[in-house]
Design a protein around this ligand. Sequence first.
Ligand code: UFG
Length: 327
Amino acid sequence: MSVLVTGGAGYIGSATVAALVRRGQPVVVYDNLSKGHRRAVPPEVPFIQADLADSARLRQTLREFNVSQVIHFAAFTSVPESVERPDLYFQNNTVNTLALLDAMRDAGADQIVFSSTASVYGEPRTEILEETHPKQPANPYGLSKRFVERILETYDAAFGLRHVALRYFNACGGAPDRGEDHDPETHLIPIALQVALGQRPHIQVFGADYPTGDGTCVRDYIHVDDLAEAHLLALDHLERGGASEQINLGNGRGYSVRQVIDVARAVTRHPIPEQAAPRRAGDPSRLVASSRKAHDILGWRPRHVNLDDIVASAWEWHRRHPRGYED
Ligand code: UFG
């Protein structure tokens, strides 16, 4: 019996595949490589290059590998892109997930770990977000994921398909030979590191008039390997008959955009010039997690708690692979 990992060639997916391989779990990756990288998946792992919309291939893969558990990463993840092209986000993130769930029902696979996001919450009403906080996504990306959370609840009630929806805060960091490689890159930490590598002249700071300490947006940065570990624990939870859950994954500490850039300066010893820019559409002012539920239910605790160390791990990846997986 294999675990099917959709989007296993992506940033968080490939970190999770590496963790599954480390613990000796049979795994099959299903990825259309529209965003992911073939080289991010170990050569010994079965790899199906196909689209989630190809339901015949999906059904065949679920049967052939005798899949009972799925981890579903495959999705678009850029907040600014989702504001401009919500159609792509609803189609790829919501409609294609529905197709996956129906293929799972047909194949008798009844457990799924789903990549959700802190973006489901929208503008926060409390400093620290518990899972019960109102869900009013501030952008189409968050909405595309929130729709899936509601579908998952409904499918559990109707069909007994159990899920753990993991709401990631800001994934970051890497390993020497595994890291973030998006095209185009829109995320804060890799962009700051690309400036330090001389690939960009400066970093733009999108908005300095938010109701936060220094006026820039605050986020909770969590190492990708800690996220990967949580997926293994979520599989175990479902395997032992655990109930469906929606669970935050963050470090519980907020850093402003300016603080993150300062950390990148310290780690890289590069001045990383910044340029003031208008607010970016769809950005909540602050997203910081309570991860108490992840600890209570999954026994999860992040191991990488120091932002300097997390950025240093990303820096090592970017320095060794300045052109990402091309190198
Ligand atoms: N930012 C800049 N300059 C940049 C890039 C980003 O100022 O060049 C700012 C953004 O405006 C935002 C913060 O840095 O305030 C973080 O932005 P990212 O693009 O790195 O990340 P987001 O918070 O927008 O989104 C990320 C993931 C989502 C996830 C979300 C959860 O991309 O998938 O974290 O908090 F849902």
